[in-house]
Design a protein around this ligand. Structure first.
Ligand code: CDP
Length: 259
């Protein structure tokens, strides 16, 4: 949060990239079943973010002391590739930020995944950020939920995530990197389909009214993301062979802007 500095983030009622206040970045595309070796997978392109998620399991917990006899354990790893952004160079190992993001995504998923059905097992969710431009935790979470569904792991209901924020004095949906860096607040959130909140973080400063507005904006935005998720699965079941062949083929992805 840079407190706006000298950068004007809102000009003539529009954001720097021409978006209105409640508009998602483009493209916003989701595809499931993209990895051959994973039990479930998803690939998301969201603005300049490109993230791939592989789910493995439920499989026997090894080492055994990790096993919980009452339920499956979910393990989420978040990794930024060395080429994900100009800021991210050097080794790919987990840093504090990556550990934190893995933890918040896991905790969000634990609210909906029916872990009690798979005692003494582990479900691994690996999220790899190929390219980053702000909002990677919510984009990773959205893709992770789709990858779990793709793996056939039962969930009480799906979840999706998107960040709201404040920049140039306005409450905005899906804040991008410049709005995050130079704006006044960043509020990543995740919703269940029935409207419960399973992630809410905040960085910066908002009035109570602005926070309420941000939550409303994200809840509305979530509805579009659930549609995107549903469409990705329609495509998967309609074209089970095609999808495997067209790993990163443009047309095979569902674009939220065409819904
Ligand atoms: O990605 P998200 O907004 O969930 O997390 P953040 O920690 O608020 O990071 C904001 C953005 O800063 C990321 O999406 C990246 O574009 C960039 N960043 C980076 O490139 N390398 C880092 N080590 C941390 C952040």
């Amino acid at each position: 949060m840079g407190g706006d500095l000298d950068i004007k983030l809102i000009v003539d009622g529009k954001r720097l990239d021409g978006r209105s206040f409640d508009e998602f970045r483009k493209p916003l595309k989701l595809e499931v079943g993209v990895l051959r070796e994973a039990d479930g997978s998803a690939y998301i392109e969201w603005g300049m973010n490109k993230i791939i998620v592989g789910v493995f399991g439920p499989r026997e917990a090894i080492p055994k002391h990790l096993a919980d006899p009452d339920k499956a354990r979910i393990r989420c790893t978040y990794t930024m590739s060395t080429f994900a952004s100009l800021e991210e160079h050097g080794r790919m190992g987990p840093n504090r930020r990556a550990i934190e993001i893995g933890k918040v995504v896991r905790e969000a998923l634990e609210n909906v995944v029916m872990v009690e059905k798979f005692p003494s097992t582990i479900i691994d969710v690996h999220m790899i950020v190929l390219q980053a431009e702000g909002g990677t935790r919510v984009a990773s979470l959205t893709a992770a939920a789709a990858a779990l569904i793709n793996a056939g792991i039962p969930m009480r209901e799906p979840i999706v995530g998107v960040a709201a924020g404040k920049a140039g004095g306005e409450v905005l949906l899906d804040i991008g990197k410049a709005e995050d860096n130079y704006g006044q607040a960043d509020v990543p959130m995740a919703f269940t389909k029935s409207g419960d909140i399973v992630l809410l973080q905040m960085d910066g400063k908002l009035t109570r009214e602005e926070l309420a507005k941000a939550i409303d904006m994200v809840e509305k935005g979530s509805k579009k993301l659930f549609k995107l998720q549903e469409k990705a699965f329609e495509k998967e079941y309609a074209e089970p062979i095609g999808r495997k062949l067209s790993l990163l083929e443009e047309e095979s992805k569902v674009d939220i802007h065409s819904l």
